[in-house]
Design a protein around this ligand. Structure first.
Ligand code: HPA
Length: 237
């Protein structure tokens, strides 16, 4: 096992989907994978491996925020030879041309985190998705008929859900940033540095400008669409 994951080498697939919520990992395993078995329960951060259309796929909870995400993604890549990581998560929309329930494919992830200031000695680094994964996801979104509500562009990974200046997201939105979440910059940086491929696929769960809400049925449908897109991408790469 690794420090935070109680699995043997070989228990985890080369391609891993990572929701923030470990109960989402369990839900995906039970509803989208065949023959899934749980390989990790340490700290309740569930990880499962099963198959989708005959391909071995794992799904591992990450927890919220870059520090938690980095622990799991680093161990997956370093200790379990994971090659492709797709974050499946939610985000807040920060522009009027992005609607609730839309899908975002994060080309790059700006961040308020200091991780890259630390790693790159105070210089800038641009956390970026893997082009092949991104291109595959875009083509699959087209095949699934999702392009009318799919956006491709930069996102923002904040360190804080609460407490920051209200103008922060608006400032990034002015520069074309589509939505805000809390993990993708950690994923893109870690994967690049460790030689793995990464992409964040997000659904818009809340709107920071319109404050629109979704019903639980709508959230369910949106989540199912994102899962189909993530799984079809995972088996096409
Ligand atoms: N902020 C940060 N992370 C999020 C949000 C948000 O508004 N919505 C979903 N994840």
């Amino acid at each position: 096992m690794s420090t935070h994951i109680n699995a043997a080498k070989g228990d985890i697939a080369e391609t891993v989907l990572m929701p923030g919520d470990p109960l989402r990992a369990r839900y995906v395993a039970e509803n989208f994978l065949e023959g899934a078995t749980c390989y990790n329960e340490v700290r309740g951060m569930y990880g499962y491996t099963g198959t989708y259309k005959g391909h071995k796929i794992s799904v591992q909870g990450s927890g919220m925020g870059i520090p938690s995400f980095l622990i799991y993604v680093t161990e997956l890549i370093n200790e379990y030879d994971v090659k492709n990581v797709i974050r499946i998560g939610t985000c807040g929309a920060i522009r009027e041309d992005v609607n609730i329930r839309d899908i975002l494919l994060g080309v790059s992830a700006n961040t308020t985190s200091n991780i890259n200031k630390t790693r790159f000695l105070g210089y800038d680094y641009c956390p970026t998705a893997d082009f092949n994964l991104l291109n595959t996801a875009y083509k699959k979104a087209d095949e699934l008929g999702f392009l009318d509500h799919t956006h491709v562009g930069p996102i923002l990974s904040t360190d804080e859900f609460y407490g920051h200046d209200e103008g922060l997201e608006a400032m990034y939105a002015k520069y074309g940033v589509l939505g805000v979440e809390m993990e993708a910059a950690g994923l893109y940086t870690a994967a690049a540095g460790l030689g793995a491929k990464a992409l964040a696929i997000l659904t818009v769960s809340d709107h920071l400008i319109t404050h629109e809400q979704t019903s639980s049925e709508e959230r369910e449908k949106t989540f199912t669409d994102m899962m189909n897109l993530a799984l079809e991408t995972a088996i096409a790469i």
